[in-house]
Design a protein around this ligand. Sequence first.
Ligand SMILES: Nc1ncnc2c1ncn2[C@@H]1O[C@H](COP(=O)(O)OP(=O)(O)OP(=O)(O)O)[C@@H](O)[C@H]1O
Length: 589
Amino acid sequence: MLIGLMRRLLSDQKGSVAAVVLLQLIQAAANLLLPTVNAAIIDDGIVPGDTGVISRLGIVMAGIAVVQAAAAIAAGYLGAVVAMRIGHRLRAEIFARIQSLSSLEVARFGTQSLTTRATNDTQQVQSFAILVFTMLVAGPAMGVGGIILALQQDVALSAVVIVIVPLLVLIMALIVRRLIPLYRDGQELLDNAGGILREQIIGASAIRAFVRQDHETRRFARANSSLTANNLQSALLVAGMLPLIMLVVNLSSVAVVWFGGHRIQAGEMNLGALTAFIAYILQILLAIMMSMYVLMTAPRAAVCAERISAVLDTKPSVADPADPPPSRPAVAAKDPVTPLAGPGALEFRGVGFSYPGAEVPVLADLNFVAAPGTTTAIVGSTGSGKSTLLNLVPRFLETTEGSILLDGADVRELPLDLLRRSMSIVPQHSHLFSGTIADNLRMASPGASDHELWEVLEAAQTMRFMRDLPLGLATPVGQGGTNLSGGQRQRLCIARALLRKAPLYLFDDSFSALDYDTDTRLRQALDVRLAAATRIIVAERIAAVEDAHLILVLDGGRLVAQGTHGELLESSSTYREIADSQLALDGPQ
Ligand SMILES: Nc1ncnc2c1ncn2[C@@H]1O[C@H](COP(=O)(O)OP(=O)(O)OP(=O)(O)O)[C@@H](O)[C@H]1O
């Protein structure tokens, strides 16, 4: 998985990768040459007392050292650039994929896990890439070259190499095998701790209101301790490995000096050759350590690559039609504002929807027509499926039964962008983004003039608070709109939706935070402004939908009645119950 991912990410950087490999080979070759030249200085210069050879070979050695340093620096620099580009591309890809996922897929991974995958996991793969580009070629090259040159210096002494190399590889394999599951658990524990933290930050007021700080502190402490225990275990394994390797290295150096000394005394080896041999043994061990270090980080990077690939390989359940029918206006698929040319007639034909894994459908057999120039209200008890129904229209969720038609076209056959441009939505939870009020409004229509912004702000009944803002449209909005009241946020979201000129408007319980007067004025303004459009309004209060041209009564996901307020009071017991209960709650007006 990791290798496949890296190969794909490096496909457009082949030139740079080749350069890094070449530079690492130069660096390794220079490293390998130094002990041989050093041996020659000892055997041909120092032992016979030839200062000419010493100076000449000394200059050669210095030259090689400079080449080695230059190649190492260049390889490190270029390797870092390539690795950073990998990280950049991976973050961009995962961000784009998350953007394309439907709310169901996002829920399956979990918001926190997606955040960790896009940040921490990507970072791990990037760090691994840096190690690969600084060590992975130079390490084996030095190791193999070192073995060949050591053999060349003294075949008999090379028996030491034959013993220690497999021993080191065995130590490494055992430790890496233990590390992989630990790293996998570690990433999940990180998700978990992050998720709890996120929930506690978002729900801080509820936690304080119910005096649950101690409980939440304990909950986080448990997650934190599990994460720490996991990290400690892997850190101990890594920490234990280094002394083990050093022990093997030192023992092998002692063995080389011991046997080498005897061979020199027996006249079977030169002093220079022994010096070179010791240097090569150290280089071989260093190469093994470098490769091992890369391989030790590989398990974590592999786990992260697996987690990233799981997101990248997820096919969004809601996607553009593979082949939009030619009769459909493939118009302006890329044009950012133009909606469908039709009047916005919406029809549900036998529509049903089930959440994945649910035993019973949330919505079943819905049939109705919402005509242009009319308001269709959806009423029903909590959990009856009103929001789910609205979410099917822009295909935030995909219908599992029947079809939804917009101006006669099945919404699944329209390009997604075009479909969503053809409607304007006020979601149940008002969400604003960091920036100014103007930035937030212009999300709906980037080219809108200030005059148009003020117009929609007025229609959305925001003037009472907008007038008090000294910076007006330039007033900064905090992330999520936290510096505004619930009602203010809701009205700004309505203004944002009004700014988009579309044939279809969807309001999901969008007037709940408004007082009675504002609500009435707002509805009047909407009736004028959106007179020609198709309006679908989910509402809790019957009083708010009395004037609707068509009222749909949902009960347990089924459309139990439809008609005007007057008709439903006559014909629908469910509607009457809702109306009576609200009348009882509101009391006589
Ligand atoms: N992501 C989900 N996965 C599984 N079930 C869900 C999901 N979202 C909603 N439901 C279920 O679907 C049903 C309908 O939910 P929906 O939000 O559409 O109701 P609603 O009528 O809009 O409620 P409210 O008036 O409280 O906003 C509920 O029973 C809810 O438990």
